[in-house]
Design a binder for this molecule. Structure first.
Ligand code: GLV
Ligand code: MN
Ligand code: MN
Length: 399
């Protein structure tokens, strides 16, 4: 499976992946998913939001055990964030069949569309729409950097954007959703475990900061006469780092655009996107409020008009304890303990957890690096993840 996926959307210079939602690379990943489903005799379907499903057993029987993840990536992402969960799902199903396990509940594998939100700015669009956590109007308002709407992008990829919307009937089929994911930190490495179970996802969000100044000549405009939004932006980045560090939170400006983007012109507009996360909502609210205040105060000194828009927000997700405990029991049957860990990364499992019992498995990432071509996991650990997922599916669906 990895050999087929490896070249799709891979940048030949960096080795990173550019599988942004509804692009050609994403389409190729989707074709791969369908091929994997059909090669195993699974019933393949695409839901109204473009999420792909592969079913073993009757979907309408209800109480299904569903596993899966996503295949899209951030710009220049790693090979594992997303695909590890999907590949492991198919491999776990193969393992179950090899064991001769007889599922008494339907099983399904899912690939949720546009998890990373790298193209339209909002993460988990596929699962949000399905769970009714993103309105149809808001989805239609999404635009990529080229001004292309989500609807246009879906249409170009061969999907019907007029069909998108909540899908409660599909969710009602699910009795449990388990997402396996590469760990995006070093907790498993530090505790010397190949596999762990998720406890919670930190609250997190994205804010767009628009710094409006005045375009002017870089070589002739006196320093005193400038209204340079880059200056305010730069100070806001430094303030964000400091406020987050002091509060034990995280704040990142990872995306920026400049107008007119000329070397010899003072910019008229700098637009920066803040991603901020913290272990609890109170801390996150406080940090973001402090960053906003720092931006506005600095803007006043620089003659810059600062406008801030919250583009997305996901509150803290505490995974359901009963399912989590059941996973711990199943994985602990061999006698070993399985660590339970929280994460600052967002996941479709977090979105679904409001609607269905949901759990996550993490596979060790020896460097902790993610959202980078350097993201890695050893083959032994990936195989341990497959065994763990197979054990969980067998424990949940075959007894
Ligand atoms: C998704 O990976 C996110 O946490 O931004
Ligand atoms: Mn990711
Ligand atoms: Mn992911």
């Amino acid at each position: 499976m990895w050999a087929d996926l490896r070249p799709i959307g891979r940048d030949k210079d960096t080795g990173g992946y550019r599988r942004l939602a509804w692009t050609g690379a994403d389409t190729d990943c989707r074709a791969w998913f369908r091929t994997q489903a059909e090669a195993r005799g699974l019933a393949y379907e695409v839901d109204r939001n473009g999420n792909q499903w592969a079913w073993l057993g009757d979907p309408d029987a209800g109480d299904a055990v569903v596993t899966g993840s996503h295949l899209d990536s951030v710009p220049d992402g790693g090979a594992f964030d997303g695909p590890l969960g999907v590949v492991s799902s198919f491999a776990a199903l193969d393992e179950l069949r090899g064991r001769g396990a007889q599922p008494s509940r339907p099983l399904a594998i899912v690939n949720f569309g546009d998890e990373e939100g790298a193209r339209f700015g909002l993460a988990c669009v596929g699962s949000r729409l399905t769970a009714g956590r993103l309105s149809i109007e808001a989805a239609h308002a999404l635009r990529d950097a080229e001004g292309l709407s989500l609807a246009q992008a879906m249409e170009r990829a061969g999907y019907d954007p007029e069909a998108i919307g909540p899908d409660p009937d599909r969710l009602a089929r699910i009795g449990a959703f388990v997402e396996l994911h590469v760990e995006q930190g070093r907790a498993l490495d530090l505790s010397d475990h190949a596999v762990g179970i998720a406890s919670a996802i930190w609250p997190h969000g994205r804010w767009r900061f628009d710094f409006h100044g005045e375009a002017n000549h870089a070589g002739t405009t006196r320093i005193e006469d400038r209204r340079d939004p880059m200056l305010t932006y730069a100070n806001t980045v430094l303030a964000a780092r400091k406020k987050a560090r002091l509060a034990g939170a995280l704040a990142t400006f990872g995306k920026v655009s400049v107008e007119p983007n000329g070397v010899n012109a003072i910019p008229s507009l700098v637009r920066g996107w803040l991603d901020s996360r913290a272990a609890d909502q109170q801390t996150l609210d406080l940090v973001v409020a402090e960053i906003e205040k720092a931006a506005v105060e600095r803007g006043e000194r620089d003659g810059i008009d600062v406008r801030i828009t919250r583009e997305s927000f996901t509150p803290v997700i505490e995974f359901e304890h009963a399912l989590r405990d059941e996973l711990a029991r199943i994985l602990g049957e061999g006698g070993g303990s399985v660590p339970v860990l929280g994460t600052g990364a967002g996941h479709d499992a977090g979105i679904l957890s409001g609607a269905v019992p949901t759990a996550m498995l993490f596979v060790r990432n020896p460097t902790g690096v993610s959202h980078s071509p350097a993201e890695t996991a050893s083959e032994d650990d990936c195989l341990a993840g497959v065994t763990a997922l197979a054990d969980v599916l067998e424990g949940l669906a075959c007894r």
